[in-house]
Design a protein around this ligand. Sequence first.
Ligand code: FES
Length: 62
Amino acid sequence: MDLEKVVCDCLGITNGMIKDAVDAGASTLEEVQEKTEAGTVCGACNEDIQHLVDFFVKERDN
Ligand code: FES
């Protein structure tokens, strides 16, 4: 996974920033949105962010 890759173009939010939010305790798309504001402008990235959240939560909790 490329942590530098931008997932949310509106806000320039990268995969790594989603990972940081999950590592800081966020476990759902909504919690990641609260922490990072990712996906709160046009919403086009929310499906991708959801996949990332699922992936990083699994990694964190294993
Ligand atoms: S690309 Fe993420 S809110 Fe628009």
